[in-house]
Write a protein that binds this ligand. Structure first.
Ligand code: PEP
Ligand code: MG
Length: 822
């Protein structure tokens, strides 16, 4: 362990230059008996090979490895230079930490230093303190407190602590990693007060993601939340409650098919960590990252600042798109990492860190790279592998911005057009999200862990994967034949004929398992007493109709037509819409297609519509209200729907109906359009998404052919909780008894008028939710494509009677947790 005593600290020093500063730090170590005077020369020599400026006003001079024989006893010294000394052009040092390490002990001090590296306030304090103990406490073993975190209460307050605080334990086993930390930050930002989190001897800004992650808080550990400001009490109360309820962190569900037995191969394996089950056989291809080229210096700091700001904004926009894209393909859980990535870009410390360097005529690209790389290295040092893995995320975001700032990106990545096993040092979430599953037989990374987001995404895409197989894999030439066993975590280069046979047989077995599961998904959701629930799919793209049928869906219960209107510069023409709907009726081949008319507004912005900004967009001109105001959008859509109606079983559904007047007006326009075209009447339904629609359901039931309950919005409007609010995600649960009672009321009203009710919100795709909804008398469940097989299987395992009992009990619960616990 490194040793630092008061004799090795020199406060209020002055140094004429770097050599003078190194000499002073070295002299302290010599005087303390740590090393011979000659080692000072070695420290100077080292500086010629690699400079030892760490960042944020700290340097760590140490000698060359060959001169370690000059060290008598490992130790460190600290020279505090309040006025600073220039280390390299543009880099001023206030704390010179001289290191004499007999072996690699300096790594430990380096790791301790990284904890304060980005903590401007602490570094400044240490640069001026008149108490050597402040420096000792910070630099030597800052995490040496009682491992269960209970020592917190005994900690003396430091200058970075506030008077008001609460202690709270982090729930679960996975610690304060990127997703829960993002939730905590979003909550903290809602308060004016300055909020800090203390974990053992370290303090972080609760509004900065990097700062929070660096604490390395592991699952079950206690943190201290501290606040100072007008709303400090309220902030502490809220944050404590949210931390106790888990910060929205949920276990990840794994969808990949597993073989369930271990395979034996005769060839030698490169062992790695199993990350996603399945077998791949094929040539490897190494994914090499392109070089990002940029100038380090720039003339105009103001222009560089503008470039930096613009690049960060563009990167955020890219991440928003990526989030939507992955959400549509793999669900909110898998996409949420890209929300965390956006949070990195909102991190005040990260951006300020880069901006601070611009004044020294550094280019925006250079400054940005320094800022994120320094912080990524700090994260990498954390003990908890899950938290250390977030360095990959930070570098991923960092590079996204860097590419935008670069003069050129050399060797832009091109993947082969034939299927390969990808080999890479590490894959970032952005890389994984852009993989083409058709051409990616599997992937194997040298670094990274099974909890990395790449591994999670691989599992959701059903791509076999191995991580952490070590740098040896990078020596495999492109085209080397390999077997990748994602279940055992072994990569087998140059497999023997016998191994290839084993792998092929296993692949066939896996295929058979998949086929069996698939076949079951085509069986109807016939309950044990013969009652049938229709299971259909929610889709938002023309090609998904076919995917839905292939996944066992019995039709489309909700076509979100917004996809036709988003990410473009003008609305789609009637012809374009007709073509898209026709593609779907063709794929559905007679199965029902419920087309919901445009539901724009709320959180879905469409720039070319030039809609005025609204104070409360979810309560503004959204859904049917917008369509009634904009016949130029509404009528072409209705025309396209009526024209396509004779090609399949098409129904219309209106979104966001809150009043009878809205419904009447929409129906009147639809009827006008139908008569213009001369089409046959088709069924017209409405979404139940607003509490007023439930309360008026008996009247609405007289006017429509069916209801479909949009529990996402119904939950939002009933519980008054923004559906996209990260901190409310857990509470805004569609299985809350309040929502179930509204659905019950809806079903009774509909049945009274001889109409049917479907549910197309999120809870219908949750097997537990599906069972309760069946028991409430819902006859159609419209869910995301990947949930079809599981929901059908669940319903087939129960009788209607059983689900009715379940539903009755659910209606009597007091909260969503009680319902989920049934
Ligand atoms: C809902 O609100 O539950 C729903 C299905 O519609 P959307 O999610 O498209 O708003
Ligand atoms: Mg809705």
């Amino acid at each position: 362990m490194m040793n630092l005593n008061k004799g090795n600290i020199k406060l209020k020093a002055e140094a004429v230059n770097k050599a003078d500063a190194i000499r002073q730090a070295g002299t302290l170590l010599v005087e303390n008996g740590n090393m011979k005077t000659e080692y000072i020369t070695s420290m100077m020599e080292r500086e010629k090979v690699a400079h030892t400026y760490l960042g944020n006003g700290i340097a760590i001079p140490h000698g060359l490895p060959k001169d370690r024989n000059l060290i008598a006893q490992t130790g460190i010294s600290v020279v505090q230079i309040p006025a600073g000394v220039e280390w390299n052009p543009g880099e001023r040092v206030h704390l010179v930490v001289g290191i004499a390490a007999k072996s690699d002990e300096h790594i430990e001090i380096l790791s301790n230093l990284t904890h304060i590296l980005d903590d401007e306030a602490t570094v400044q304090r240490l640069s001026r303190t008149t108490n050597p103990d402040d420096i000792i406490n910070c630099l030597v073993n800052p995490t040496s407190n009682d491992n269960n975190g209970k020592a917190l209460a005994n900690l003396e307050n430091t200058e970075s602590d506030f008077a008001k605080f609460v202690d709270v334990a982090i729930q679960g086993n996975t610690g304060l990693h990127a997703r829960p930390a993002t939730v905590l930050i979003n909550l903290a930002k809602e308060f004016e007060s300055e909020i800090r989190v203390r974990y053992r001897n370290q303090t972080a800004n609760a509004k900065s993601l990097v700062s929070l992650l660096k604490l390395g808080v592991e699952g079950g550990q206690t943190i201290r939340l501290m606040a100072q400001g007008a709303d400090a009490d309220q902030a502490l109360q809220t944050l404590k409650r949210e931390v106790e309820s888990g910060l929205g962190d949920e276990a990840e569900e794994i969808s990949a098919v597993s073989l369930g037995r271990r395979l034996e191969f005769e060839s030698a394996a490169i062992p790695g960590i199993a990350a996603s089950p399945g077998l791949a056989i094929g040539p490897v291809f190494q994914l090499k990252r392109g070089k990002v080229v940029f100038e380090a210096v720039a003339k105009d700091p103001a222009a560089e600042e503008t470039r930096l700001r613009q690049a960060v904004e563009t990167a955020k926009a890219q991440l928003r798109e990526l989030y939507e894209d992955v959400k549509a393909r793999s669900g909110t859980g898998k996409a949420s990492i890209f929300l965390a990535h956006q949070e990195f870009l909102d991190d005040p410390e990260l951006v300020a860190g880069a901006r601070a360097q611009l004044q020294d005529h550094r280019s925006a690209a250079w400054a940005w790279q320094q800022a994120y790389e320094q912080r990524a290295q700090t994260l990498e040092q954390l003990k908890d592998p899950l938290l250390a893995g977030r360095a990959t995320d930070l570098r991923d975001v960092g590079r996204r911005v860097l590419r935008l700032l670069a003069d050129k990106v050399e060797d832009e990545l091109t993947l082969p057009e034939y299927p390969v096993i990808l080999i890479a040092e590490d894959l970032t979430p952005s890389d994984t999200a852009s993989l083409n599953p058709q051409l990616t037989l599997g992937f194997c990374t040298a670094y990274g862990g099974p909890t990395s987001h790449s591994a999670i995404i691989a599992r959701s895409l059903d791509i076999p994967a191995i991580v952490g197989a070590g740098p040896a894999i990078l020596n495999l030439a492109d085209g080397t034949a390999c077997i990748l066993d994602g279940e055992s975590g072994g990569l087998y280069p140059h497999p023997s004929q016998a191994d290839l046979e084993t792998a092929k047989t296993a692949q066939q077995d896996l295929q058979a398992i998949r086929e069996a599961e698939k076949l079951a998904c085509y069986q109807p959701a016939l309950m044990t007493d013969g009652h049938r629930v229709e299971v259909v799919a929610n889709i938002g793209a023309a090609a998904e109709a076919e995917q839905a049928v292939n996944a066992g869906a019995e039709g489309i219960g909700l076509l979100r037509t917004e996809f036709l209107f988003l990410n473009r510069s003008e609305p789609p023409s009637e012809e374009e819409q007709f073509a898209a709907y026709s593609q779907m009726t063709q794929a559905l081949n007679g199965l029902p297609l419920i087309i919901r008319t445009l539901d724009i507004g709320g959180d879905k912005a469409v720039p070319y519509l030039n809609l005025p900004a609204e104070e409360n967009p979810f309560l503004g001109i959204r859904g049917i209200r917008l369509c009634l105001q904009r016949p130029d959008l509404f009528k072409p859509q209705l025309r396209a729907i009526f024209r396509v109606a004779h090609t399949g079983s098409v129904k219309i559904m209106f979104p966001m109906i809150a009043t009878l007047e809205d419904l009447q007006a929409a129906k009147t326009i639809a009827e006008e359009v139908r008569l213009e075209i001369g089409a046959e009447p088709i069924e017209i339904g409405m979404m139940i998404e607003v509490p007023s629609a439930v309360l008026m359901a008996p009247e609405f039931a007289q006017e429509v052919d069916f209801f479909s309950v949009g529990t996402n919005d119904l939950t939002q409007y009933t519980l008054a909780m923004d559906r996209g609010h990260p901190a409310l995600a857990k509470q805004a649960d569609g299985l809350h008894p309040a929502i179930l009672r509204l659905i019950d009321q809806t079903v009774r009203a509909a049945n009274g008028a001889g109409k049917w009710v479907g549910v197309c919100g999120g809870i219908a795709g949750d097997p537990k939710g599906a069972a309760i909804l069946a028991g409430l008398g819902v006859s159609e469940l419209s869910i995301s494509i990947p949930s079809v097989a599981a929901v059908k299987a669940k319903l087939r395992s129960l009788s209607l009677g059983q689900t009715q009992v379940l539903a009755k009990r659910a209606l009597q619960c007091r909260n969503a947790q009680e319902v989920r616990a049934l």
